[in-house]
Design a protein around this ligand. Structure first.
Ligand code: GAR
Length: 210
């Protein structure tokens, strides 16, 4: 089973999907630790309930982003993961941190990248009059929310949607596609090629799978 560390900042529903997959045997991972930058993240409680190591590293305790990321990498590496999974980890990462985990770190972003990088993606999709919205799993690179995409899920934007109803619809899809992509890495089917493009079963992915 692939040793994994999951980073969170909040509710941890994507973490829960990964925990559920580990526990029911459908996802061949060993979540060795869950790390949050916020002590009040509910995802920590989910980790504890599952008997997983739940650690807090508060960014407010550090003088700079570099100092925080250095300490974070040291904490992560205590668990020797082969994959770092960002699951609602709401921090911008330093280049040194990203480079350290090059090809070994996935993120899920709540938009159909390259549309709507950054924050408030659901409201922005509504404001832009989008008819479709969704989520993207991608390898993390220095390019914020711009790393190579491996998997996307689409949902309709309905006329009566507000940001909350749309977010809930997207989250349901996130809980399907994130364990799928993590499972591919765990099974050795998905990796980042030396040219910086994702390889799925050794074939280059030109477009994210939808
Ligand atoms: C998810 O929608 C995830 O895509 C998003 O935060 C939410 C976390 O929910 N991530 C980002 O916006 C990253 N920039 P969760 O804590 O319930 O998994």
């Amino acid at each position: 089973r692939l040793p994994v560390v999951v980073l969170i900042s909040g509710g941890g529903s994507n973490l829960q999907a990964l925990i559920d997959g580990q526990l029911d045997g459908s996802l061949p991972v060993d979540i060795r630790a869950v790390i949050s930058n916020r002590a009040d993240a509910f995802g920590l409680e989910r980790a504890r309930r599952a008997g997983l190591a739940a650690r807090v590293l508060n960014h407010r305790d550090f003088v700079s982003r570099e100092a925080y990321d250095t300490a974070l990498a040291a904490l992560i590496d205590e668990y020797a993961p082969q994959l770092v999974v960002l699951a609602g980890f709401m921090r911008i990462l330093t280049p040194a941190f990203v480079t350290h985990y090059q090809g070994r770190m996935l993120n899920i972003h709540p938009s159909l990248l390259p549309k709507f990088r950054g924050l408030h993606t659901h409201q922005r999709a509504i404001d832009a009059g989008e008819q479709e919205h969704g989520a993207t799993v991608h390898f993390v690179t220095e390019d914020l929310d711009g790393g190579p995409a491996v998997l996307q899920a689409r949902v309709p934007v309905l006329p009566e949607d507000d940001a909350d109803t749309l977010a809930a619809r997207v989250l349901q899809k996130e809980h399907l596609i994130y364990p799928l992509a993590v499972g591919w890495v765990a099974e050795g089917r998905l990796k980042l090629g030396s040219d910086g493009r994702p390889l799925l079963d050794a074939s280059p992915l030109q477009q994210p799978l939808q």
